[in-house]
Design a protein around this ligand. Structure first.
Ligand SMILES: Cc1cc2nc3c(=O)[nH]c(=O)nc-3n(C[C@H](O)[C@H](O)[C@H](O)COP(=O)(O)O)c2cc1C
Length: 158
């Protein structure tokens, strides 16, 4: 059987989505899959990949701009590949925060009715006030609850 080749493309402002993307890539490689990991904005073509994993964080209820750009730019190929989506967002592990972020992501994904992801996952985000500008700091508090979410990362079944 040929090794399945997967592109894991991520978009990040402050680095936490990249950290989660690297954890997922390592887990998939351990499962025997061939994984290329790249920032979304550096991806030129999806031709050589059998499946695509897309990860980006939510800011002010909007998915990272690079993710929107990626979906528009690669729409034709993405229609023909299995796509898995993950997002980072909630800054607490509570159900309400998780649900709120998931709704925000769902609303963003509704803009692409052609997109039929095989899985959509929400991971708890990380926020470091020292990295934020004044306006961003106003709406954010420091937290990092990702240990739990990273432990939940597992390769897709089948
Ligand atoms: C200015 C700002 C606004 C944010 N707004 C949201 C939001 O509306 N919904 C949400 O779920 N998470 C929100 N977050 C949390 C981020 O998604 C989280 O911090 C994430 O880990 C950032 O990813 P990055 O480090 O890859 O940039 C916000 C974070 C910041 C700094």
């Amino acid at each position: 059987m040929n090794t399945r080749s997967i592109l894991l493309a991520y978009a990040t402002r402050y680095g936490s989505t990249q950290e989660v993307a690297e954890t997922i890539a390592a887990t998939l490689r351990q499962a025997g899959l061939e994984v290329d990991i790249q920032p979304m904005r550096e991806v030129r073509t999806l031709d050589q990949y059998d499946a695509v994993v897309l990860g980006a964080a939510i800011y002010n209820a909007r998915w990272h701009t690079d993710a929107h750009q990626f979906l528009s730019q690669h729409q034709e190929t993405l229609r023909q590949r299995p796509v898995v989506i993950f997002a980072l967002g909630p800054l607490s592990t509570g159900d309400a925060a998780m649900l709120r972020s998931r709704r925000q992501l769902d609303r963003e994904l509704e803009k692409y009715p052609w997109l039929k992801p095989v899985a959509v996952e929400m991971f708890v985000g990380k926020s470091d006030p020292s990295k934020l500008n004044f306006f961003e700091r106003l709406g954010s508090t420091a937290s990092d609850h990702r240990r739990r979410s990273e432990a939940e990362v597992a390769p897709p079944a089948g």
